[in-house]
Write a protein that binds this ligand. Structure first.
Ligand SMILES: Cc1cc2nc3c(=O)[nH]c(=O)nc-3n(C[C@H](O)[C@H](O)[C@H](O)COP(=O)(O)OP(=O)(O)OC[C@H]3O[C@@H](n4cnc5c(N)ncnc54)[C@H](O)[C@@H]3O)c2cc1C
Length: 495
């Protein structure tokens, strides 16, 4: 038998992979990580994130545990509220229309706080997301939407801190090394065939943890599984997540699971490149749309921009934009709500028009029926319930009434120039369909039995997300299930 390269081989070097590697190492296993990307492009989608992580917390004391360097002034001026396990369960059930696997959801939620704390003990630092998840009212910040902490330095910071933690523990990270196939003797997985810096070789190991993402960067698979038109979506993150882990596992008999025709997709700068750009990160997204109205090429609104807090609608509205003629929309703001725009509205790489009169503005909205647009604005302004107070921190019920598509919250008349328009298309984040795992992170075969020696975590796990997704759950899923899979893989090596 050729010599093993390590006890555990982890495929990928994003958040789920690092958590798996650190957990396996904690069990005394030797670990090699193989990452398809060269070092400068490594870190997967995790590196493109803002690093925001959805975690259960029962008040300020839990936040202080996660963020020990919170200052007295921050504590004094902030209402962190709570995000209880019950709230997280409700959110997962509601947004996935009760389809999410109850066993996986239970683990995700009940292990979230403990797992984040575990990460902190490995050297990852967190801070409150003041910039994006709290509005200041009467001198006090109030957090909304269940998303309260982020990694210091966002996604790049998260990957740097995880890489440092892995290096400190002698975990061997092989960049420019793509996993090709699993070594499988019919009974158990015995390693991985890789292409390392252009050369094909075998990595023998006692266990393999697949943590190499979904198939969002593969236009052929997107069209095949998500449907026609999805080849036209922009990819928000890494170009390396082409479904390899899923393909390798299916080839040795793994059971497919979850919402294979579903994905996370957002409104994204219309002229963004085909794949994500690490220099821009997540800033091509345009997430202040609950305070705007969305207009398509026909000059009409087509979706309830204020149906819920941004965290609970943004992941499904990319699909809605993809379905519009020409696959684009314009987000329309006036000066009354401009101060509510997130930082991503102030980048250079943006398709933006402004005008001082609504008539001139209508002419500037490229590709839009100007006459219909002006009619839409008139009808919208007349339908706003101006007697209800506007409040961005709560679902304020200040909607419209009587329109073909009403806006449920945060409606304001559009009449304070200069008017601003931002062009968006669909940006796909990650795919929901993947592999079936059990609560130990083992990959199951089509008889629902564990494939010995094979584990999975992160985006390529199916069964958690259907139709939609609560913001910040992707990283938490990678952390919880990466830790579970790595722990089991590390322990299995001792048997
Ligand atoms: C722009 C953007 C912003 C986001 N913001 C947030 C956020 O703020 N909070 C949040 O929770 N989620 C966010 N997400 C979603 C989040 O990125 C993912 O849910 C999460 O990072 C997935 O982690 P992962 O480890 O499974 O995958 P990834 O981080 O994508 O890691 C997969 C790794 O596998 C590697 N790989 C692929 N194929 C192979 C192969 N054959 N062999 C070896 N390596 C391979 C890739 O190079 C990559 O490094 C965002 C995503 C994007 C794109």
């Amino acid at each position: 038998m050729p010599k093993e390269i390590a006890d555990v081989v982890v495929v990928g070097a994003g958040n789920a992979a690092f958590c798996a590697a650190l957990a396996a190492q904690e069990q005394g296993a030797t670990v090699v990580m193989c990452e398809a990307a060269p070092e400068e492009e490594s870190g997967g989608n995790s590196r493109f994130t803002a690093g925001s992580i959805r975690v259960v917390y029962n008040g300020i004391d839990d936040i202080k545990t996660l963020v020990p360097d919170l200052t007295p002034a921050e504590i004094e001026t902030t209402d962190f509220g709570t995000y209880t396990a019950d709230q997280f369960f409700d959110d997962m059930a509601r947004v996935t229309q009760h389809r999410a696997d109850p066993d996986l959801v239970e683990l995700l939620i009940t292990k979230s706080f403990d797992s984040l704390n575990w990460m902190r003990n490995k050297g990852v630092r967190f801070i409150p997301i003041y910039g994006r998840q709290a509005f200041k009212i009467d001198g006090r910040f109030k957090f909304w939407g269940g998303l309260t902490v982020e990694a210091v330095g966002g996604g790049p910071g998260l990957i740097n801190m995880l890489t440092a933690a892995a290096n400190k523990r002698a975990i061997d990270i092989r960049y420019a090394t793509r996993g090709l196939d699993l070594l499988f003797d019919g009974n158990r997985v015995e390693g991985l065939r890789v292409r390392e810096h252009g050369e094909v070789r075998e990595y023998r190991a006692k266990s393999v943890v697949l943590a190499c993402g979904g198939f969002e960067a593969n236009p052929e698979w997107r069209t095949r599984y998500l449907g026609p038109g999805w080849d036209l979506a922009k990819v928000r993150g890494t170009r390396y997540n082409t479904g390899d882990g899923i393909r390798m596992a299916l080839a040795v008999g793994a059971s497919p699971c979850g919402n294979w025709s579903g994905c996370h997709a957002v409104q994204w700068e219309m002229n963004a490149p085909e794949f994500g750009d690490l220099a821009v990160g997540d800033q091509f997204q345009k997430h202040s749309y609950p305070f705007s109205i969305l207009i398509n090429a026909t000059g009409k609104r087509f979706v309830d921009e204020g149906a819920d807090f941004r965290n609970y609608t943004y992941a499904k509205y990319g699909r809605v934009v993809l379905q519009q003629p020409g696959q684009f929309a314009w987000q329309i703001f006036d000066q009354k709500v401009k101060h509510l725009q997130r930082d991503e509205y102030r980048i250079r790489q943006i398709t933006k028009v402004t005008a001082n009169t609504i008539e001139e503005f209508a002419q500037k909205l490229d590709g839009v029926n100007a006459a219909e647009f002006l009619k839409t604005i008139r009808e919208f302004n007349a339908a706003v319930k101006t007697d209800v107070p506007f409040n961005p921190n709560i679902k304020d019920g200040r909607g419209t009434s009587g329109l073909a598509v009403d806006k449920s919250n945060w409606a304001n008349t559009i009449d304070a120039p200069p008017f601003e328009g931002y062009a968006v298309t669909c940006g796909v984040t990650f795919t929901f369909g993947g592999l079936r795992i059990n609560t130990e992170g083992e990959v199951l075969n089509t008889d629902y039995q564990p494939i010995r020696g094979l584990y999975a975590a992160g985006e390529l796990v199916g069964g958690l997300f259907y139709f939609n997704y609560p913001g910040g759950t992707g990283l938490m899923s990678g952390t919880v299930f990466g830790r579970i899979a790595g722990t089991a893989a590390g322990r299995a090596d001792k048997n």
